[in-house]
Design a protein. Sequence first.
Length: 269
Amino acid sequence: MQTKKKKKILKIEKQNDDEMFVFVSQLHLDVQNAWNRLKVMFDGYSAQPPRLFILCGNFTQHRLSSTVEDLNKLKRYFNKLATFISCYPVLLKHSKFVFVPGPQDPGVDFVLPRPRLSKIVTRTMEQKLVHEGVCKAVFMSNPCRIRYCTQEIVIFRSDLLKKLRRNCVVPPNVKQWPDLEKHLVTTVLAQSHLSPIPLICQPRYWKYDHSLRLYPLPDVIILADSLNQFNEKEKNCTISNPGEFSKNGQFSVYFPSQKVVELSGINQD
């Protein structure tokens, strides 16, 4: 019975060839260029709305603390974003907007996994972005996982390469592999963990450490790092970095029916 159900789900997955997920990292809401690029993106995708927009922090260019003043500042940015998204009724109808906090967003400093953004910040947006009684704004932890039919997608927003380079015992062999992202991907997959760093360098909630584990391997891992965008594939797992949206206009698009991640970008002066 389970086999028949799985085959049916797999058939639906392959037939939905128009389905896509858009990944954006470093969406700085205090930078005008980010809003300009977001407008270009939403204008373009209004013709063919994706299932999900996954928007990752940091949501401000300058670090905000967890003080009431800074939380209210971030709340105003999200209220502005809610009004902005509401101007695109087609996207509001067909898409969901998933928000993943970055390492510099207000929350529990330096500890993984990071909880979702505070309700103080998100409450108004969750009330505004509603279509036919369904809230279209989803606030997730970092890392988080998305299940689509038979596939699992892991999203992790962290400056992981900097931490690995700072704490490595054996320097990477750049003569063999000159691309540092290759070393990053190999290390993460070999350790089957999103944070293969000693606890003294990267504290973790031991009770929730399972959320960082990568065994068995998911179908897609989005390592939203402060690097230029890249795609790597190992052991039937695609590892991708969408790049920095506010700085370079880079983002990525995943087509689950083909299991393909396409790197994309917006040129905006």
